[in-house]
Design a protein around this ligand. Structure first.
Ligand code: ZN
Ligand code: ZN
Length: 283
């Protein structure tokens, strides 16, 4: 069973990725939420080129990725869930929940630790917010994330199918919750009870540090609500809010070469690093 999952993995991932990307792009054209400031051609070519760089570097850097390691752990009896007797649906459910919690915590850490923020701020430096923003991560952040994910998989021993489901859903929700689409408010209100919506995640891309440091979730919205990092709406409203960070606001900064060297440019401390100070000042 794990072997058949592994051989089907590339096809499933590519099909879901392309299908959801095309669907979001069409939806953005049909019902946009915000006016674009930057021509699509600049952002899309560079954001998509970054995906290619990220994918190649990830394949070259790791001999085995998360689904492969989960299959190996299942075969060899590594990790917690491979050593307890629970029904498959329980271990699949628990695994998907805990993997989602792990990336929530990892996201908080990438905001809180200076050196990691240097890598992660590139995701925030996109000057518009659309489906391709959801793909814009520095390759070193991608590699560190995979390292953390592999450690979680080794310790937890999740079923390979749970890891595949988790990654495919995460990929789809990242495209969806960055999309520049206009969901009617009542629909958004119901949807965000179970999934992070574009209006919820857009708050995280605000230049206002109190908003940048909120809504860390990617798939499930519950961790933000449980752990006190939830902000329902941006103070200036979705149309008027400023997207990005204060550093890196020129069009040239959106090019691939500038994105790649961004972690070593300028001071580490953008306003996003001072949330506690700003909140305390405000109180
Ligand atoms: Zn972030
Ligand atoms: Zn984002």
């Amino acid at each position: 069973m794990p072997q058949s999952i592994l051989s089907a993995e590339p096809t499933i991932r590519l099909a879901v990725f392309l299908g959801v990307l095309v669907a979001m792009v069409l939806w953005e054209v049909a019902a946009p939420r915000r006016r674009r400031d930057i021509p699509r051609v600049i952002r899309w070519t560079n954001n998509l080129a970054l995906v290619v760089v990220d994918t190649i570097l990830l394949r070259l850097s790791f001999p085995i990725l998360a689904v492969g390691l989960a299959a190996m752990a299942q075969d060899r009896g590594w990790g917690l869930l491979n050593n307890v007797d629970v029904p498959v649906w329980v271990s699949v459910g628990v695994s998907m929940l805990l993997l989602d919690l792990a990336i929530y915590l990892q996201h908080v850490m990438f905001h809180a630790v200076l050196g990691l923020w240097r890598l992660h701020r590139m995701h925030h430096a996109d000057l518009d917010f659309d489906a391709t923003t959801g793909l814009r991560f520095h390759p070193v952040e991608i590699l560190i994330s995979m390292g953390i994910k592999l450690a979680v998989v080794a310790a937890l021993g999740p079923p390979a199918v749970a890891v595949l489901l988790f990654e495919v859903i995460l990929n789809a929700t990242a495209l969806f919750n960055h999309a520049n689409i206009d969901l009617p408010c009542p629909v958004d209100r119901v949807l965000r009870l179970i999934v992070v919506t574009p209006d919820m995640h857009r708050v995280h891309h605000s230049v206002d540090p109190r908003e940048t440091n909120s809504n860390y979730g990617f798939s499930l919205p519950w961790w933000d609500r449980l752990l006190g990092t939830y902000v329902a709406q941006p103070a200036k409203g979705h149309e008027e809010m400023k997207i990005g960070i204060e550093q890196f606001r020129t069009r040239r900064d959106l090019w691939l070469d500038r994105m790649l060297i961004q972690p070593v440019r300028g001071p580490a401390s953008g306003p996003a690093l001072d949330p506690l100070i700003s909140v305390k000042d405000a109180e």
